[in-house]
Design a protein around this ligand. Sequence first.
Ligand code: ADP
Ligand code: ZN
Length: 735
Amino acid sequence: VSGAPGGASYASVAVPVPVRRLFTYEVDPSLAATLQAGSRVRVPFGPRKVVGTVVEWPAAPPEPGVAVKPIDTVLTHAGPISPALLELTRFVADYYLCSWGEAIETALPPDAGPRPVRRLARRLPAADPDALSARAVARKRVLAALPADGTLRPLQSFAPTDRRVLRALAKQGWVEIVEQAEEAAPEGEPAQPARGPTPTPGQAAVLRELEPALAAREYKPFLLYGATGSGKTEVYLRASRRVLDLGRGVLWLVPEIGLTPLLASNVSARFPGTVALMHSGLSKRQRHDAWLRVRDGRHRLVVGTRSALFAPIEDLGLIVVDEEQDGSYKQADTPRYNARDLAVVRTRAERAVLLMGSATPSMESFQHARAGRYGLLRLGGRVRQRPLPEVRLVDMRREFGLSKQVKPVSDELASELRACVERGEQALVLRNRRGWAAAVFCPTCGSRVVCPNCSVTMTWHLSAARLRCHYCGNAEAFPECCPTCGTDSLKLLGEGTERIEDILREAVPGATIERMDRDTVRGRGAHEKLLRRFDRGEIDILVGTQMIAKGHDFPRVTLVGVLSADQALGLPDFRAGERVFQLLTQVAGRAGRGERPGTVLIQAFDTEHPLLHQAAVQDYEAFFEDEVRYRRALRYPPFSALVQLIVIDREPSQARLWAGALAAALQREGRGKLIVGGPGPAPLERLQGRYRQQILVRTAGRRRLIAAVERALRAVEGEVPRRALHVDVDPYSLL
Ligand code: ADP
Ligand code: ZN
């Protein structure tokens, strides 16, 4: 123990505050026996008490003359944290430039507070009903209600008056009342145990390639590349089986909360009693208890979303990242980590296999695979030779030429929808904008109604009769006249899902049509409920935003319509094309998964765009070749590392001033090696009433880039307040 005079000892504590340093606390000898690296502790921090984590104990004493406060208490909730998790969160802090304390906080389950207790009563052998006088009717009755063999019965199952009698009997020594901490029931229905199908030759070949790695206890990353419906899930299941049989744990990451329960029940069917579900849709108590069950080794396979990456699985043998390209693996707030990328870090540290899968891999992962850094596993073709759907581009310019009006749903799509419903089959219609009208437009002055807090147009929601800002939630009544010029000729512009639903009702009379977007699926389980109804065939046409693109296997879907497919291509983000391609391929992959072939209609104005043709024939590699050329030429990821810095203030001039200082520091610290873009207004220049200046920094070397950004942030520490800064390493979206 590193001693100071008087034998005091010290611990280094990570505190969840946005300051990248550790804090030293004194350890009272009474705590010394229970303390260890990873202990959760309550410590005084300024005027308040916070919960932090001991990361070093014993630690060096403070500099002479520095006053140090003592640790208050050692907590038992979620602690002590394992050395592996400490290491992983340290990486998160150093890579994503947040504090270690903030990283640890993200990795732990929420504190669910004291556990509810259940009281149970049991009859003791000493109880002798015959010894009771004839008038002790209540005691006799209550005693008779307790099994003679001493089985416990919950107190809750007795009437309040009988509970009083039970307490009296307990005093008498005839009954025992015990307290049991209640554990939240694991989420998900108990599934019927199921055996899997025999692997197809393609699956078998992939599994043979995986086998040596699974058995080897070595780090090895793989990218499983196969069209939607090619049977990737079965590969994950068999690889999981192998790893579980070796006695090691499995982590299975999926993008969407809404889809996890469906998948989890399929996985549970294969591994009964082994699966824990972890996602943010669970209650705090459920999340906390699932975490404990995993830590205690009672569940060896975790299915979960982003934050499940930190699940305390001991002896991890495999991480599966399904749909590795998905944006929901990236967290939007501090720490802005990407679970897919951290899966690389975690599997490397734990000598495990990483199995990422996709039909449309991210540019980063496919480039890694081509360069030989990831093993590339190809799963060709659909299971049982089901053909890929026939995809047709619908030229909306031609539609306009014929009908002289811009129809959101073309005649061609409308008649295909009618035919599909008549055949008793199902259809999906994708429109990636919710609400009734995308904008409110003034034909007199040409302006659009913009959110007063954000620099975005407001969307008209008819059923709510409100104009809404999709960024800050601000809602207003429909203006009586144009806020800019005062005339009263406001027009609605562009159709959202709400309006499309309405148009479809008219175009396909008699069909059952439902809508799935963030307005219709609110609250826990709503998403899943709608998908299940669709799965059972209770809905003919499901219209919605990108939510409908991802999902389950719906064998009765034979038609998919995509509206305004080319609209998102013009967005000011270097990933705009990649995202459109992924979305189109994904939604097209929903068609024809069953016995009948599928058809996909993609409506667009710019039907010559090569990307649309590549998506139409689902030629990912052709798309990749074009896209990789563009990324290389402009030095965008995967040919550089990128950090986005946003400087925020209510005063535009203040934000500009600080951004200027930060950009200058980046230039200095970059020593001529960084490409510093900006400062300039962020694509979303105003958000929630605050102005945003953006700086984009790029360079080939990731380590060097992060180190330079860190030095620059330190250099402006006294000048630019930390709360005015958003630092996003490897940003997923630049909008
Ligand atoms: P992906 O995950 O690649 O999109 P899925 O795993 O969902 O594909 O598989 C598509 C369909 O093929 C599913 O209905 C699945 O049950 C079925 N399937 C997968 N593997 C086999 C197999 N070996 N034999 C029979 N059916 C299979
Ligand atoms: Zn707003």
